[in-house]
Every structure is written in structure tokens, then in C-alpha cells.
Design a protein around this ligand. Structure first.
Ligand code: AMP
Ligand code: MG
Length: 334
């Protein structure tokens, strides 16, 4: 079931990886922190264009919920941006011959979603800050039907084979899962060719002193305080691995971490579907469990945001209830 869709998702995400590497290679370190976000915008738009066009060809009845809009590309003052996007798209698609055509491909990701039809969810470059720092980012594509995530593919082009190490020869991995069909890790080699496919399993660790955990790099409010109180209540003593993007889900799915905890204290921030859909199915199909901080399953039926959820708890399954109990205890003190 869904073999064709999964093959499409793997191939299109692999094309996206090529684009991201090429754009990231052009980043001048230090320039981004002066506010120039152009590189990540180029990568974001080019990836969305490629995925959107590929879908239109292979699954014309499926809609796309993409993070990016095409407003900038349409404005004359951004003609240079549109030209850059088109030239990157052209490296993987010969039919990207006009910036306006490419702009239309991007725009499909903003069309209204019919909740009764299946649709794809895309975060073209998740973890934009990590991308600009030349650290961790992900490309995340998932297929959703009537509130169920049917499949997901996550690319982590810079993720080291062992978390916390800096490896010189890392070509990245894809993580792919189908509902009820398990999850696999697909290692990329030079030129992003697939060199190995292996089944993905979460860790079986339950002993607090041995548990590793991951969380966001960015702390917009005091969310790192909350997460550290929760892990302390669980008895975890290890420091977190802080990484950008859905690479955090990959870390749980492949067993490097037993917990990914995300909590925004800001009442106004609502999580976006594209920041989670692919990561959730990869983690669950690897044997893990994902809920919000109140133990509710993630509800993707509310449109582009997870309106009915607060924060994220992704675990190896075995420690899930303990973590939820710790969250309850910590939040009741607030
Ligand atoms: P991460 O790399 O895990 O920090 O996630 C990056 C994503 O976080 C971005 O794509 C945003 O959609 C999302 N984001 C932005 N602001 C917040 C916030 N205050 N709390 C939680 N997530 C946020
Ligand atoms: Mg994102």
C-alpha cells in the first residue's frame, strides 16, 4: 500500500536535498546574522516548487499544504530572487524555464485544502536558523488523509551518524515511514545516492540515568526552564542535545534519544502541521509514541495549525507515561 507514493516522496526529497546543499554551500558564514535570510528563502521556495510540480505530475488529484507563499516572487523588486529560485529548480527540473511558471508551482502549496481529500504537507526547509548556521535542518514531506498521517519522509542532510560528534564524511540520511508499514533509515552517499536502507527502531532504554533527550536550540521564552524541570522530575541527568528542525524526531526514531520535549510557554504560539507531520509518523512507525504535553494525540484536522494541541512529547514509548506525569507535576506548580 502506498508504495508509489513513498517512492515519489523519497525521490522528490532527495532532489530537494541536492538543492539545499547547493544553496547552503553558497552561504557566507557570518552574513546571515546581519539579517540576510536570502539563502534560506531561495532554498525554501525552490524546494516547494520542485515538490509541488512533482506532485502535480504524479498525483494530480492531491493537494499540497506548503509552508511557503509566492508573494515575494511576484513582486518586481524581488526579480533577482525569482531568478535565483528558478535557476536552482532547473538543476533538478528541465521544465523550469520561466520564473512565473515556478511561482505558480510554489503557489499551489497555498491553495485551500479539502478535508475530505488527501493532501501532502511540506516544510521545504525546516529549521531555517540551523540551515543558515550550516548546522541541522530537515526537509519534511508527509501525506495526510482524514486526520491520519499515511506516510512521511524526513531528510536530515547534515545529521551526524552519532549525535554530538562532528563527522567529516557525513552525507546525511532520509527517514521514511508508512502507516502500519514500519520506518526505515536511508543513508545517502556522495552525490546523494542511496547507499543503504535499514529498519529504524527506537531505543529500549528506561533507566533515567541513561536516557538521552533532545530539544530546540531556540528558546523564545523560558521553555528551556520548563523542559529541564520536567526531565529532572523524570530523573534524567544527561544534558540535552539541542538541535534545530525535525531532526529531533529522527534522533528519537533511530534510538539516539528517548525523548523529544517541546513546550512553548507563549499562549499565542500554535504549532504548525508541517513542523511535525513527517516526524510524527517516522517516530511512531519506529516504535515510539507522540502526543502533546497533555497526552492528547496530535490533531491534524484543524487546518494548517495544531489548534487542539499544546507542545510535543515524543518518546521511545516506554517512558511516555512517566514523562507525561512529570509534565503534569511541573505545570501544576506554575
Ligand atoms: P525548531 O527547529 O524545533 O526550533 O523548529 C523550528 C520551527 O519552530 C519553525 O519552523 C517555526 O514554525 C516554529 N516556531 C517559531 N516560533 C516558535 C515558538 N515560539 N515556539 C515553538 N515553535 C516555534
Ligand atoms: Mg519548520
Amino acid at each position: 500500500m502506498l508504495a508509489e507514493e513513498l517512492a515519489f516522496a523519497v525521490e522528490t526529497v532527495r532532489s530537494a536535498v541536492k538543492i539545499c546543499r547547493s544553496v547552503q554551500g553558497q552561504i557566507e558564514v557570518g552574513k546571515w546574522d546581519k539579517g540576510d535570510r536570502t539563502p534560506v528563502t531561495v532554498a525554501d521556495l525552490a524546494v516547494q516548487a520542485v515538490v509541488s510540480r512533482g506532485l502535480q505530475e504524479q498525483f494530480p488529484h492531491d493537494a499540497l499544504m506548503g509552508e511557503e507563499g509566492s508573494e515575494e516572487l511576484r513582486s518586481p523588486e524581488y526579480a533577482d530572487l525569482a531568478a535565483q529560485v528558478m535557476s536552482h529548480v532547473r538543476t533538478v527540473r528541465a521544465d523550469a524555464t520561466d520564473p512565473l511558471i515556478v511561482t505558480d508551482w510554489v503557489e499551489r502549496g497555498q491553495h485551500a485544502i479539502d478535508p475530505n481529500r488527501r493532501y501532502w504537507v511540506l516544510d521545504p526547509v525546516d529549521g531555517t536558523k540551523g540551515f543558515l548556521r550550516k548546522e541541522q535542518y530537515a526537509i519534511a514531506l508527509a501525506l495526510v488523509e482524514r486526520g491520519k498521517i499515511l506516510l512521511g519522509v524526513l531528510a536530515c542532510p547534515n545529521l551526524p551518524t552519532v549525535l554530538g560528534t562532528a563527522e567529516s564524511e557525513v552525507w546525511g540520511q532520509l527517514y521514511a515511514a508508512r502507516l502500519g508499514g514500519g520506518a526505515e533509515r536511508i543513508d545517502l552517499g556522495r552525490d546523494d545516492v542511496v547507499v543503504r536502507r535499514s529498519p529504524l527502531r527506537v531505543s529500549t532504554e528506561t533507566e533515567p540515568a541513561k536516557l538521552n533527550w533532545v530539544e530546540r536550540v531556540e528558546s523564545s521564552d523560558k521553555n528551556h526552564d520548563v523542559t529541564s524541570q520536567v526531565v529532572t522530575a523524570v530523573g534524567i541527568t544527561n544534558e540535552p542535545f539541542r538541535i534545530d528542525s525535525q531532526a529531533k524526531y529522527a534522533a528519537v526514531a533511530r534510538g539516539d534519544a528517548a525523548l523529544y520535549l517541546r513546550h512553548s510557554l507563549s499562549k499565542t504560539y500554535i504549532e504548525k502541521v508541517w513542523d511535525h507531520a513527517a516526524g510524527v509518523i517516522v517516530t511512531e512507525e519506529a516504535g515510539g509514541r507522540v502526543t502533546d504535553v497533555n497526552g492528547k494525540p496530535l490533531d491534524v484536522t484543524a487546518g494548517r495549525q495544531l489548534e487542539n494541541n499544546t507542545g510535543i512529547v515524543a518518546t521511545n514509548g516506554r517512558i511516555h507515561d512517566r514523562v507525561l506525569a512529570a509534565v503534569r507535576e511541573v505545570l501544576s506548580r506554575k
